[in-house]
Ligand binder design. Sequence first.
Ligand code: NAD
Ligand code: MN
Length: 497
Amino acid sequence: MGNLTRADWEARAQNLKIEGRAFLDGQYVDAADGKTFDCLSPVDGRFLAKVASCDAADAERAVQVARATFESGVWSRMAPVKRKKVMIRFSELMLEHAEELALLETLDMGKPISDALNIDVSGAANSIRWSAEAIDKIYDEVAATPHNELGLVTREPVGVVAAIVPWNFPLLMSCWKLGPALTTGNSVILKPSEKSPLTAIRVAQLAIEAGIPKGVFNVLPGFGHTVGKALALHMDVDTLVFTGSTKIAKQLMVYAGESNMKRVWLEAGGKSPNIVFADAPDLKAAAESAASAIAFNQGEVCTAGSRLLVEKSIKAEFLPLVIEALKAWKPGNPLDPETTVGALVDTTQMNNVLGYIQAGHDDGAKLVAGGKRTLEETGGTYVEPTIFDGVTNAMRIAREEIFGPVLSVIEFEDAEEAVRIANDTPYGLAAAVWTSNLSKAHLVGKALRAGSVWINQYDGGDMTAPFGGFKQSGNGRDKSLHAFDKYTELKATWIKL
Ligand code: NAD
Ligand code: MN
C-alpha cells in the first residue's frame, strides 16, 4: 500500500463499482419509495452514483429489524469474547479494503487520498479494534453490600441506537460510534451525511462478512430532514448519537423531548483557540502547527485551530512564519498522493467559506494569505488556505464556525486576556497553549473551557483520550472507555440472601 500514483488512483476510480443502496437486515435494498439522489464528486464534479434517499418508511423498517435482532439475543447476548473476535475481524476487513474505502471517501468528499488512507481508514479500523479489545476486560461491580444481601451493579446495552454523522470524516466519525455501540451488544442504524454516504454503505457488507449478524448494523442514506428526523423522532429508538453542527444538535434534543425522551449524545461544532505565548519553546514548530491546524482536511475539522491567539510582543516575528508554513498547504487534485489540501465537500460549502472571506473583508480584517477560489477549471470546489490578521473576537470570522481553511489571527497582551478571549465563544471543543513555562501551561490549560487541551502541540491524542465538548460543542465523549457510557444502561440488582 502507498506506492500508487495519481494515474493509478484515476484508473481505479474509473473501474470502481459504487453501491448506493441502503443496507437493511443484511441486504442492499432500494428506498421504500424508490427515490434516489445523485452523488457528485467535489474533485471535478463527476457523477459517482445514485444513492437511496431513505425516508420515514425506511426508518420504520430499520427500527423494527434492529429491535427484533436486539431482542433475539443473537448479538446482544453473545459472549463478549465472541463479539470481540467478530469486531476485530470487521476492523481487519476494513484494512484489507483500505484502498477501496479511501478512494470512495476521497471521491465522495474531496479529501486528499493520502489522508483518506493513512488517517481516515486506518483510524476507523483502529478505533473499532480498540473498542473490541476492551470488551472482555471490563468488569461490572459488586456493591458494598451487607452480609445477608448482594448488590450487583451491571451494564446492559441500551437496545436500538441511531447514529447520525457528518461528512468531514465520514467513516472515522461513524466508527467512533460503531465501535462501542456494536461491541456492547446494541443494534445500530447509521445515517451518513447526504454529502458522504459511500463508505458507510460499503462497510455494512464488510460487517456481515466479519460475522456481525444481519439486522444488527443497518445503514440508511438520505437527508437530515427526512430519514434523520424520522429516526430522531422514533418512539422505539433508545439512544441517538450525533456528530454534526450545533444547530442540528439542538434540534435533536427537541425531537427527543417531543418523542420518547431517547438519550441524546452530541458532538457538535467548535471555534477552537490556539494560544501562542512569547515563551513558546519553538516558534517555527508552533507556526507549522498553526498552519496545519487550519489547512488539514481543508479546514473542515470540528477541532480546527481557527482562532490563532498570538502574544503581541512576538506577532511581527510569528505571523510571517505562519504565512510561510501555509505554503506547504496548496490545493490540488486529491487523487494525487502528494496533495495536502483537496476540494471542499460541495458547492454550498465552498460558497459558505467564500462568504466568510467576504465577511472578513467587510468587518475590517486584513487579508495576508489566500482569500480566493482556485482550480476552478477542474470543475471542483477548491479554496486557498486563507489568513486574516487584525481580527477582533467580535468579528463574524472569529465567532462563527466557518468549517473551511480560514484562519483568524487575534492579538493579546497577557495570559489573562488570552484566556478571556479564548473562552469568549459559545463553543468548547478544543484549545492549545504554547509556552515553556510549566505553571503557565497548567494554569491556562485549567482555565480553558474545552474538552481537549493541547500543550505545545495541536490535535494530540489517540483512542485512549476521551473526545468531546464543553458548552455548545456537545455532551458525552467519543473514544476511550468513557464512550461506553453512552451505549449502556446501569442496572442495580439487589438480592436478599
Ligand atoms: P449537520 O449538522 O448539517 O449534519 C450532520 C448530520 O445531521 C447529517 O447526517 C445530516 O443529514 C443530519 N441532519 C441534518 N438535519 C437533520 C434533522 N433535522 N434531523 C436529523 N438529522 C439531521 O453538520 P455537517 O454539515 O454534516 O457537519 C459539519 C458540522 O459537524 C460542523 O459543525 C462540525 O463542527 C461538526 N463536527 C463535529 C465533530 C465533533 O466531534 N465535535 C466532528 C466532526 C464534525
Ligand atoms: Mn459526496
